[in-house]
Every structure is written in structure tokens, then in C-alpha cells.
Ligand binder design. Structure first.
Ligand code: SF4
Length: 312
């Protein structure tokens, strides 16, 4: 059964209160920008992530077939791509949405209408993509229509969470798509503007491990509950990837239940071309040892075919 429908009224009310507290005080991600806002009113200043408080800004509501097989299935995931982002990665492939904040503001009612249209397309889940900066208004809108949501809610994020926000998300959502981008703080500082990324991401892993999210597919292999960790291999950073896999194997050995999605799809988007180290795709000499390490560590999951993504 989908978790949201099962949450007792009082617990849901407490969760929304906590989401609102974090969101209204700018404490929803480790940036902790401290922006003060209320739903429907302008904030005291613009938050660095681009989040709005006068509407939920969404770039697209789309059936998406490119997620991992048990997430996309055959009908597709019901992706909701939120505008803005708190990571500011300079190689972002979705930069018009994340950096330029393109999208349309939706009232809570308009948002619910679009969600219902997605559900009518028989998507296998609602896949909230980069929703951290809309934590409260989105959860409030979904809670208001929970009786109509018969699919799991998936939370697709960069792994850059405030711990209290992750606790709310963990209770509210069924599926977690959690990025492990950097193990090297120097890379995080060079390529993203997310202070303390490595510490925040590993604290998040610890919370996810303690939560022991079970892996559950339905009879047809569609994911209902579970954790997928994603790692994008970036050029010139083999050691970063090997360290990430070693860390994840250690978490697996300490009881964290997940599948790993190793991604080779990097291409130099946005401002990556200004940085020689990352102004190219990854090579086979970089990717093969990482895939080999994943096999050696017996990490369950998926790899992308390098040839399909134009690696050299
Ligand atoms: S997600 Fe945005 S509003 Fe929330 S703390 Fe981070 S930067 Fe501030």
C-alpha cells in the first residue's frame, strides 16, 4: 500500500508542521539560507536555490521512461521537474531548469490538477525531481489529494539535505533516488556551490541506513518501496568514483538496503566547457575500472552502456 495514504492523520499533520517550519525558515537544505517566507507571500529575500513562495514552480509534468527499469516500468514514471536547485553544479545537464529557473508558477490547485493528469496516464509513481526547496507546499498539496494517489511517491534528489528535512521526506515518500556525487570535498567545491556537500551527503546516508528502507517490487516488477543510489561518473575523477563505491559497499555491509545506478551519461553542459578537466565525456579507460570495482564489490544495480552515451 502506498505510504502516504496510510499515514495516520495526526502524524501527517505533524509532518506537515515540521515541513512548514523548515521551509518557512530556510532550513530545508544544508545551505540553511535562513530566508523567511510564508506560502502566498513574498520572502524577505530571494533564496539562492530559486524557490518561490507565491507558487510551485514546475518546468514540466512528464511521463518519463528514462529512469531505472523498476521505476519507469512500461508506463513510465510520473516525473515532476521542479524549477531551481540548491546544488548549482556547473555541469548541470538541466541547467535551463536548475540554474535559469525556467518553469511556470502553479497555485496548489493548479499543481493538483497537473498531478491528476499524470495519474490518469497510469504512471507507476509520482517522481518528485529536485523538490527540496518546495518541501512544504508540495507535501501539503499531495496530502490534500492523498486519497487519489494510488501509486508510490518517489523523491529524486541530489543528496544535499538538511537532516530534519530528510526525516520528513523519509516518512512521506516511498522511493528514494539519492545521488552520491562527490566523496572529494575539493571536487564538490570546484564543481558545485553546495557548502559541506560531502558531510551532508554522508550524514544522509547514515540516516537512510538507519531507516532500513526495504526493497519492494510488485508482482510485475514495479518498485513500490526502496532506495536507489545514483552515482554519475565525471571526467578526471576516477578516484572519486572508486571511493564512492567503496563507501556504498561499506554501508551495504552495515545493513543499508539499496541498488546502485552507475551512470556514464556525463556530457559537458552549461559552464563545463570553461573547465578543461570536465569539458569532455568520460573515457573507457576511466569507466571500465569503475564498473569492475562495482562488480568486485558485488554491488547490486545497473550500469549505463558507455557506448550509448558517446564515451571515447
Ligand atoms: S532549499 Fe533553498 S530555501 Fe531551503 S535552505 Fe536551501 S537554499 Fe534555502
Amino acid at each position: 500500500m502506498p505510504l502516504l495514504r496510510d499515514i495516520p492523520e495526526q502524524e501527517l499533520s505533524d509532518l506537515l508542521d515540521e515541513a512548514r517550519r523548515l521551509w518557512e525558515t530556510g532550513q530545508c537544505c544544508p545551505t540553511r539560507c535562513g530566508v523567511t517566507r510564508r506560502w502566498g507571500a513574498a520572502p524577505d529575500r530571494e533564496p539562492p536555490c530559486g524557490g518561490s513562495s507565491t507558487g510551485i514552480k514546475v518546468a514540466s509534468f512528464a511521463v518519463h521512461n528514462g529512469e531505472e527499469p523498476p521505476v519507469s516500468g512500461w508506463n513510465g514514471a510520473g516525473n515532476i521537474f521542479f524549477s531551481g536547485c540548491n546544488m548549482h553544479c556547473l555541469f548541470c545537464q538541466n541547467w535551463p531548469i536548475s540554474h535559469d529557473n525556467n518553469g511556470r508558477l502553479h497555485t496548489a490547485e493548479e499543481f493538483a490538477v497537473e498531478v491528476k493528469k499524470l495519474l490518469a496516464k497510469k504512471v507507476h509513481n509520482l517522481n518528485l525531481t529536485t523538490a527540496d526547496h518546495y518541501l512544504y507546499p508540495v507535501f501539503k498539496a499531495l496530502a490534500g489529494m492523498r486519497g487519489e494517489i494510488a501509486v508510490p511517491i518517489s523523491y529524486n534528489c541530489s543528496g544535499y539535505f538538511a537532516e530534519e528535512a530528510l526525516a520528513v521526506v523519509l516518512r512521506f515518500c516511498d522511493i528514494f533516488l539519492y545521488d552520491v556525487k562527490y566523496l572529494d570535498p575539493a571536487l564538490a567545491a570546484r564543481y558545485s556551490r553546495a557548502p559541506g556537500y560531502v558531510d551532508a551527503m554522508t550524514r544522509g546516508l547514515e540516516i537512510l541506513r538507519a531507516a532500513r528502507i526495504p526493497w519492494g517490487e510488485d508482482d510485475l516488477g514495479i518498485l513500490q518501496r526502496g532506495l536507489i543510489i545514483r552515482h554519475l561518473v565525471i571526467p578526471g575523477a576516477v578516484e572519486n568514483s572508486l571511493k564512492a563505491l567503496d563507501l556504498l559497499a561499506a554501508y551495504r555491509d552495515r545493513g543499508m538496503i539499496f541498488k546502485l545506478s552507475l551512470m556514464s551519461q556525463y556530457f559537458p553542459a552549461y559552464r563545463a566547457t570553461e573547465h578543461p578537466d570536465i569539458s569532455r565525456r568520460i573515457t573507457r579507460d576511466e569507466y571500465d575500472p569503475i564498473v569492475a570495482r562495482m562488480e568486485e564489490l558485488d554491488l547490486d544495480g545497473w550500469t549505463q552502456d558507455l557506448d550509448a552515451h558517446g564515451g571515447a
